[in-house]
Design a protein around this ligand. Structure first.
Ligand code: AMP
Length: 249
């Protein structure tokens, strides 16, 4: 079974995000970029499925500017077999990414697509679900455990009240949650080997997809600054402040 793993290039999770001075978005110039952490979990899961003999080939896909090839190289160093870059300077919103992914699924015919549950830059949490709808495939979103048996897959999902277990027919979509696994670090030999692996490049037009944005960002603002805290002298004073000032008890 072939697995497609979309990997998004996002601002590194350790970087303190700054809003552009004109409020049109987040500053990315000169900022460290990395693979979306939920996509690292996706690559790790695919590699584990290959190590178990369930998967035969892992294809890492990234969409966006030419530098997304670096994100694909990271996936290749973790164990993906080859990469596909869909190169575009346009703002690729979830519907556009889902349509591009559908075109690649039609071409590649995978048994499974493993996406992140959300990209940490825009927190859309929409692409996997949109892809599931476009393909008419079953989806196990927010997955914390995945077991594949023949053409069936059991997914344990993280839901508000606890865990939900669903049984799906393959081909299907998974979106990864934090507890699914702990991604490996790429070893130096594997980083070297990844340099030789193939990355095919397409433009959205090659895949027949119109990526025109459907959403307009009106403005982006930083959250209000937190007020400095105060030290209280006793439990009684804390309780009094919570009651009379914060009015939370
Ligand atoms: P989102 O719906 O934007 O929160 O993204 C959810 C998931 O969709 C991500 O974790 C990726 O797996 C995938 N994805 C979204 N945008 C891209 C992109 N530009 N390139 C590759 N994968 C993407």
């Amino acid at each position: 079974m072939k697995i497609l793993v979309p990997v998004k290039r996002v601002v590194d999770y350790n970087v303190k995000v700054r809003v552009k001075s004109d409020g049109t978005g987040v500053e990315t110039a000169g900022v460290k970029m990395s693979m979306n952490p939920f996509d690292e979990i996706g690559v790790e899961e695919a590699v584990r499925l290959k190590e178990k003999g369930v998967a035969t080939e892992i294809v890492a896909v990234s969409m966006g500017v030419a530098a997304c090839a670096e994100t694909i190289r990271t996936a290749l160093a973790m164990g993906a077999d080859r990469g596909i870059l869909v190169e575009s300077d346009a703002d690729l919103q979830p519907l556009a990414v889902a349509k591009l992914m559908k075109a690649l699924v039609d071409k590649e015919q995978p048994g499974l697509v493993i996406l992140g549950k959300q990209a940490i830059d825009d927190d859309m949490s929409a692409t996997g679900q949109m892809l599931g709808a476009l393909l008419g495939w079953a989806q196990g979103t927010f997955a914390s455990k995945v077991t594949i048996d023949g053409d069936k897959m059991e997914v344990i999902r993280e839901v508000d009240g606890g865990l939900e277990t669903v049984s799906l027919n393959l081909p299907a979509i998974i979106t990864t949650d934090l507890r699914l696994n702990e991604p490996r670090y790429a070893s130096l030999p594997n980083i070297m080997k990844a340099r030789k692996k193939v990355i095919d490049t397409f433009k959205p037009e090659d895949l027949g997809v119109d990526v025109t944005p459907r959403l307009t960002v009106v403005s982006v603002a930083e959250p209000p600054k937190r007020q400095a805290g105060v030290k209280v002298g006793s439990v009684a004073e804390l309780v009094a402040k919570l009651r009379t000032e914060a009015k939370v008890i």
